[in-house]
Design a protein around this ligand. Sequence first.
Ligand code: ZN
Length: 145
Amino acid sequence: MMNDLSRPERQHRAIVNEKPAPVLQSKRCACGKKAFAKQLAQHGKCEACQSTDRAAALLPEDLEILHHMLGATPHHAQVRWGFRNEYLVNRRDRASLERLAAAGFVLAGNHLLQLQYFHVTSAGCKLAGLSAKRTAVALSLVARP
Ligand SMILES: [Zn+2]
């Protein structure tokens, strides 16, 4: 058998190097909501505030398209919102969809010839005012690769 003198030494070092388990310290964002310290250090605000900021950077026509993509418009009953979730972008709307995608409210989908489909994300559904149930329906319509 090998003389393994280093084992107690290794054990000792392991104990010396032992650190307490990381604690996800809860702090508060400026809005008053609890947020993780790491998140505040990285972004300066909670997830909800970041989402609000991203939404504030959108133009009115961007939001119009977002609502249209989900059928979340006044001429559809609110209980049916999210019955569709796609938009085939044309050149005129391209900038809007790019702003929405950059903000995380839509995702680019398949190409159709020179055109491209976009689909609303769960953050986008929330922004459009869909209930959790209708959001689940809208997201289920998006074919996953
Ligand atoms: Zn906040």
